[in-house]
Design a protein around this ligand. Structure first.
Ligand code: NDP
Length: 496
């Protein structure tokens, strides 16, 4: 069997995963047919009573053990991720650290956020007490992308597990080995029951998971696939949380610290070879500081190394994305943009050297569509208000960044997105106390933080009668005189 490096193939019923730079084998995994997907969900369902029944304290103990395992074997997992996706080891380590942080927070905070709590009753139903419970859904299906093969699934699944659900996970066909490592390592600390399982294969396996009877589906991937996932899940009214694509903008105001802004911009745009959902793909810089900012970005980006090992920028993981990157660069230049670093010749498969484009028309693909490569457009704006208008002009709304002093907080609030970083980039993803998710074409629902825990639990409202009703409204035994008193009470309580 001969295949291009990094292109997943099916051989003898197995998904074969290889390194995008070298073609080295990363792993082979049996492809799950729809019946196998349903069996995996059934087995996970059989484990749900046990896992949910452990309670918050025992789940916390087990999740913290997994956290410790991840921390102690961080180098092993980073090396595997590097081998399978080409991601530089340093990027993989930073990614895994963020995932560990989420496991820790979800484990420690699930009880506080989701425990049963009393709720005050109001005057009209004063004879009832009330409480609220957060119950696990049951089996949560998790579908993940390849670009952050540890952080993206863990950012959903550790919250789902902490809330008492079991999980069936479909990793990307580009990162099944990393996905299986996560499942196997979890089984080392929770050997008793198949609480967290994987099913492997191409997109159709993800589609089968949507139709398998899971009780909730957490998807991370492109907007186009998110729509397909939602359509499949709609057939059975399976609830979804959709973490989809983005085209995040950075705004640089006149009073920004330009060295810090340039440094963060280069990192935010080019880390992981630009294959980052919340990566900075567009920068809007006010006229007064535009030229200096561009100079600084070009100087910093021009120093980055590109290559297989120990380089700042590794190969493009998904070979077919290289043509998209090439087309965005070429189209931007054809339409009047200028490459102040890199350009079409920077595309040397499987690598793309950093490419910084200026004066690119706002309706060019490089400004409107996800490029998902180590490229960045920088456009000049008259002031920060114009920058906000341009940042908000796309259907995407995932993250964003503002550099500045006096108006930074106000500008951040006006960016149409689920997250924004002031005077940094991407930082919100590692802040486990904060929710993560998009608006518009970037999806809906939230993972991470307290909202992320609640995303994986159904709220259940319980009332309990504790005495006779002073005003028996909800019974056919009520008399006309009592109805008259209800009318009076409504006027007294709410009529002013
Ligand atoms: P895709 O949408 O191509 O794939 C995502 C996952 O969905 C993969 O596991 C894929 O399987 C699976 N899939 C494909 N078709 C179907 C289907 N019909 N039904 C169910 N599942 C299916 O995204 P990529 O893997 O290429 O990831 C990159 C994208 O992910 C970018 O758009 C990026 O912005 C986004 N992303 C969003 C994040 C967020 O938090 N908002 C975080 C990280 C990435 P297979 O790989 O086998 O095709």
């Amino acid at each position: 069997m001969t295949t291009a490096p990094g292109v997943p193939t099916i051989d003898d019923g197995e998904l074969v995963s290889t390194n995008p730079a070298t073609g080295e084998l990363a792993g082979r995994f049996p492809v799950a047919d729809p019946a196998a997907v349903t069996r995996a969900v059934d087995r996970a369902r059989a484990a749900t009573d046990w896992w949910a029944g452990l309670g918050f304290a025992s789940r916390r103990t087990r999740l913290l053990r997994w956290r410790a395992l991840l921390a102690n074997r961080i180098s092993e997992l980073a090396a595997l991720s590097h081998r399978e996706t080409g991601k530089p080891i340093a990027d993989a380590v930073v990614e895994i650290l963020a995932a560990i942080e989420h496991v820790d927070w979800a484990a420690r905070n699930a009880k506080r956020v989701l425990r049963r709590r009393r709720v005050r009753s109001r005057l009209v139903l004063v004879e009832h007490s009330a409480h609220l419970e957060y119950q696990p859904y049951g089996v949560v299906g998790v579908i993940g992308p390849w670009n952050y093969p540890v952080l993206t699934p863990v950012g959903s699944l550790c919250y789902a597990l902490a809330a008492g659900n079991t999980v069936v996970f479909k990793p990307s066909e580009y990162s099944p080995a990393v996905g299986q490592w996560l499942v196997d390592s979890f089984a080392e600390v929770v050997p008793e029951q198949p609480v967290f399982r994987a099913v492997h294969g191409l997109g159709e396996v993800g589609a089968a998971l949507c139709r398998s009877g899971v009780d909730k589906l957490a998807f991370t991937g492109s907007t186009a696939t998110a729509k397909r996932v939602m359509a499949s899940c709609a057939e059975s009214l399976t609830p979804v949380v959709l973490e989809a694509g983005g085209k995040d903008a950075m705004i640089v105001d006149a009073d920004a610290d330009l060295d810090a802004a340039a440094d963060a911009c280069v990192w935010g745009a080019l880390t992981n070879a630009g294959q980052t959902c919340i990566g900075i793909e567009r920068a809007y810089v006010v006229d007064a500081v535009h030229d200096t900012f561009v100079e600084k970005v070009v100087a910093k980006a021009g120093r980055l190394t590109v290559g297989a090992d120990d380089a700042d920028i590794g190969p493009i993981t998904m070979p077919r994305q290289i043509e998209v990157i090439r087309q965005h660069i070429t189209d931007a230049i054809d339409r009047g943009g200028r490459a102040v670093l890199g350009g079409p010749e920077a595309v040397q498969p499987p690598y793309v050297r950093p490419t910084i484009l200026v004066e690119v028309p706002e309706d060019a693909d490089a400004v409107r569509e996800e490029t998902f490569g180590p490229t960045l457009t920088i456009n000049r704006v008259a002031d920060a208000d114009e920058a906000v208008a341009r940042a908000n002009a796309l259907p995407y709304g995932l993250g964003g960044s503002v550099f500045g002093r006096r108006r930074a907080t106000e500008l951040a609030a006006r960016i149409r997105s689920g997250m924004v970083a002031v005077n940094s980039t991407l930082t919100f993803v590692g802040m486990s106390t904060l929710p993560f998710g998009g608006v518009g074409d970037s999806g809906f629902g939230r993972i991470h933080g307290a909202d992320g825990l609640r995303e994986f639990a159904r709220s259940k409202a319980v009332t309990r009668r504790r005495g006779p009703s002073p005003l028996p409204a909800m019974t056919f035994a009520r008399t006309p005189a009592q109805v008259e008193r209800i009318v009076k009470m409504a006027r007294i309580l709410y009529g002013r």
